[in-house]
Design a protein around this ligand. Structure first.
Ligand SMILES: [Zn+2]
Ligand SMILES: [Zn+2]
Length: 217
């Protein structure tokens, strides 16, 4: 079973997830943002072995802690190539917010839909879910009934599509095909805000329900 530890950073309120394969030191980190230093402390305290730094998409809030984490863990960074242009401009993204960040190291692995990332006896499957950004992926653990969905869908909301490379129709299709097809009791861990489930969003998310003016994804 995968144990999920959530670290919410200041500023953007972005969630960095530390996923540990239960009963082992094997772990992966998803989207190291502003809370990366806290994540490093926990990794060192528990002597975890970080197999990969997995990036759902390359917006600033999801990548600003990568260099710190990569330096401490020496774990490879994995990203979908369609978000590589955004990733390479991480420092410029930061400049538009008036902040400076250490540019993240070049990714070590290009993710593709259907890839499987193994750590200890646990595994995450990659699902390409573009719309919020072109290379957005989600990480799904079918055996554990959980998925890291980042900025595709939130508890009661959906990802914004007004940023460069955003596409509302693609986002709705991604939610319909890559999220709502998961079993109803699948726990969803978003990039911002609290965790939710597939069922809760299917029946209660106003952006997805025609009754409230949303579009049934
Ligand atoms: Zn984003
Ligand atoms: Zn975000």
């Amino acid at each position: 079973m995968i144990e999920v530890h959530t670290f919410t950073g200041p500023g953007f309120g972005e969630n960095t997830y530390l996923a540990v394969c239960g009963g082992s030191p094997d772990a992966v980190v998803i989207d190291p943002g502003a809370a990366a230093a806290e994540v490093v402390r926990q990794i060192e305290h528990e002597r975890l072995r970080v197999h990969a730094i997995l990036i759902t998409h390359a917006h600033l809030d999801h990548v600003e802690g990568i260099s710190l984490l990569a330096r401490h863990t020496r774990a490879p960074v994995a990203l979908h190539p369609a978000d590589r242009p955004l990733y390479d401009r991480a420092a410029d993204q930061a400049a538009t917010f008036g902040v400076t960040i250490e540019a993240p190291p070049a990714p070590d692995r290009a993710l593709a839909h259907g890839d499987r990332i193994e750590f200890g006896g646990c595994a995450l499957e990659v699902r390409h879910a573009p719309g919020h950004s072109p290379g957005h992926v989600i990480f799904h653990a079918p055996e554990c009934r959980l998925a890291f969905v980042a900025d595709v869908v939130f508890a009661g909301s959906i990802g914004r599509t007004d940023l460069p490379g955003g596409d509302y129709r693609r986002l709705m299709r991604s939610i319909r095909e890559q999220v709502l097809t998961l079993p109803d009791d699948t726990r969803l861990f978003p990039g911002h805000g609290p965790e939710t489930t597939v069922c809760r969003e299917r029946v209660g998310n106003p952006f997805l329900i025609p009754h409230y003016g949303g579009e049934l994804a």
